[in-house]
Write a protein that binds this ligand. Structure first.
Ligand SMILES: [Mn+2]
Length: 343
């Protein structure tokens, strides 16, 4: 993805080469594959991928494959290199120490900003992968709803969703959160052996297709909800949907956040996390909901407000979407409160 664009940036910024080491998500981005160990060296005119013999080398235009073996330092090291780009948030300090020896005259600069700005605007291919990941995620939820009476615990709900995802040519993007009743008041509840029973069941999960992550949260109701339970759910749903309607080019992400909290009214006090995050080869990546961050074409991100009452219940509704001039909701599973007979 966008290797040429990246190399043009290196030229502009007079960076001789960039060193990206596993498990850097930027490595996954450029080689469009995951590997168990290795690194990528990108210069202004070429790119070399070093993988051990344990991984199948990917075929990527513009990237030459090399087998990573003893003595690689001699192949890579150069005394004439003046400026080396690294990703400070992914490069281990021990690797940095070795790089300083390989490029003794080099100054090291952080290229994270260049990479995040490239990655935050998705290509057609990336959008296709995200769409597939989101379709499989939505289908997994529907399959769970149809089989809910076979599911006895949070763990087995998670296993059901994750098996479905894996049987549909995806991997599991992150450990599924299945939270029954008051467990859902902890936004990052760790799925447990808690038995399913009457009440809200929150499911936050996602498929990963060709390294691109879907992220979706839905709440099912087991049994028959009270009027009050329905009404809180609908306040959240209304806030989530009307926030999605506010998505527009150039709008600040934080404006969406502010708008959504207003819609939640008195419940906003209990909404204790960000409204969302970008998605891609990382589950959480740019664009983040932070000062100055604006919606632009081909951003892929989530909108996920929640209402949490510790000791009582928790609700969150999350969609993954792409803005391409129009807002496309990718996670299509129903958001009306699905109530299931459960015995
Ligand atoms: Mn999320």
């Amino acid at each position: 993805m966008k290797l040429k664009e990246f190399q043009r940036e290196l030229q502009k910024k007079e960076i001789d080469l960039v060193f990206l080491r596993h498990p850097d998500p930027n490595l996954t981005y450029f080689i469009q594959a995951s590997c168990s160990y290795g690194f990528l060296v990108v210069s202004r005119s070429s790119a070399s991928l070093y993988l051990t013999e344990l991984d199948l080398p990917p075929k990527v235009k513009g990237i030459n494959n090399f087998i990573l073996k003893k003595g690689w330092e001699k192949q890579v090291g150069r005394k004439d290199v003046k400026k080396v780009g690294i990703n400070k948030s992914a490069l281990p300090l021990s690797s940095f120490e070795s790089l300083k020896k390989l490029f003794p005259k080099a100054r090291f600069v952080d290229v994270t900003a260049i990479l995040t700005s490239l990655r935050s605007e998705k290509t057609e291919e990336e959008k296709k992968y995200l769409k597939i990941a989101c379709d499989v995620t939505s289908n997994a939820l529907n399959a769970l709803s149809n089989n809910i009476n076979k599911i006895k615990t949070e763990q087995s709900a998670a296993i059901f969703l994750e098996s479905f995802i894996r049987e549909n040519d995806c991997s599991v993007g992150f450990p599924t959160i299945a939270a029954m009743g008051k467990n859902a008041a902890i936004p990052h509840h760790i799925t447990s052996s808690q038995k399913l029973r009457k009440g809200f069941l929150l499911l936050d999960f996602g498929a990963c297709y060709k390294n691109y992550n879907a992220d979706m949260t839905r709440v099912l109701y087991l049994g028959k909800p009270t009027k009050q339970e329905k009404s809180v759910y609908n306040i959240l749903l209304d806030a989530q949907q009307s926030t999605i309607e506010m998505v527009a080019e150039g709008k600040e992400y934080l404006n969406l956040d502010e708008f959504c909290r207003k819609k939640l009214g008195k419940h906003a006090k209990s909404f204790n996390h960000s409204l969302g995050h970008g998605i891609g080869v990382e589950l959480h990546e740019e664009p983040f909901y932070k000062k100055g961050s604006k919606i632009s074409k081909n951003h892929a991100f989530t909108i996920e407000p929640g209402i949490y009452y510790p000791g009582k219940f928790g609700l969150r509704i999350e969609d993954s979407l792409i803005f391409d001039g129009k807002t496309r909701i990718l996670t299509k599973a129903s958001k009306e409160l699905v109530t299931l007979n459960y015995s």
